[in-house]
Ligand binder design. Structure first.
Ligand code: 5RP
Length: 234
């Protein structure tokens, strides 16, 4: 896996993404440490008079945005959004992503797919030739966990991605629960030779709620390079 980025790289890419935000926009607000920088910077612009409304992708982001005075709505209020800005755990040259390191993949995918554009903010440590160095999060229903886990392992094998599948735990040692009350299986499928084939197999498993492969959703990735931030378009 790549080196850990410093906070300044995350803040730089978050700041660059502000250029995509226009007055009056309906915005999906991502989750994670990079998205947290974006929400902070967005709040500064809102205090300066920018008028936007945000739909958060997690309770964590909702609390942050609310405390900073960003006007919020739900997807039920606003079923279509102009733009989502969110982080990622990995992105490849085709702008396919692994997301869900922060456990918010289900809401993140629902919000991204309701948005006309998704801008991903990801420092250069997230850039990979092939997805899979970061364990793929798969959100599952607690019912039938052992059976679903076996099916997830087999889906990996059938898609040429062999590896171990483990249940995510929280800091207190109990199983990690998502905002939707589901569990997460972290799949060490390194590499994932055919993300589309794996995604297709995972969604066909009844106990799988959603998986962290985001394919065809990112319009662009804002990342950093030797000469500063750059925007990689699809
Ligand atoms: C949360 C996510 C995050 O966007 C992803 O984990 C990246 O987080 P960070 O910016 O902290 O590296 O998908 O579910």
């Amino acid at each position: 896996m790549a080196d850990q980025p410093d906070e300044s790289s995350k803040r730089r890419v978050a700041a660059r993404a502000l250029a995509f935000v226009e007055d009056g926009m309906r915005l999906g607000l991502g989750t994670g440490s990079t998205a947290q920088h974006f929400v902070e910077l967005l709040a500064e612009r809102v205090r300066g008079g920018l008028d936007v409304v945000g739909v958060p992708t997690s309770e964590r982001t909702r609390l942050q945005a609310e405390s900073l005075g960003i006007r919020l709505a739900t997807l039920d209020d606003l079923p279509e959004l102009d733009l989502t800005v969110d982080g990622a755990d990995e992105f490849d040259p085709e702008l396919r992503l692994i997301k869900g390191g922060g456990g918010a993949l289900l809401r993140e995918k629902i919000v991204a797919s309701a948005s006309a554009r998704m801008i991903v903010i990801a420092d250069s440590s997230k850039r990979v030739a092939r997805l899979g160095g970061f364990p793929l999060p798969v959100e599952v229903n607690a019912f039938g966990l052992a059976s679903t886990r076996r099916k997830v392992e087999r889906a990996g094998e059938a898609a040429g991605a062999r590896g171990s599948v483990s249940l995510r735990h929280g800091p207190d040692g109990s199983p990690y629960l998502t905002d939707g009350g589901h569990l997460i299986l972290d799949c060490r499928f390194d590499p994932i030779p055919d993300p589309e084939a794996l995604a297709e197999r995972l969604v066909a498993i009844p106990g799988v709620v959603e998986h962290g492969l985001f394919i065809g959703l990112a319009s662009a990735v804002v990342t950093d390079g030797d000469a500063g931030t750059l925007v990689v378009e699809r």
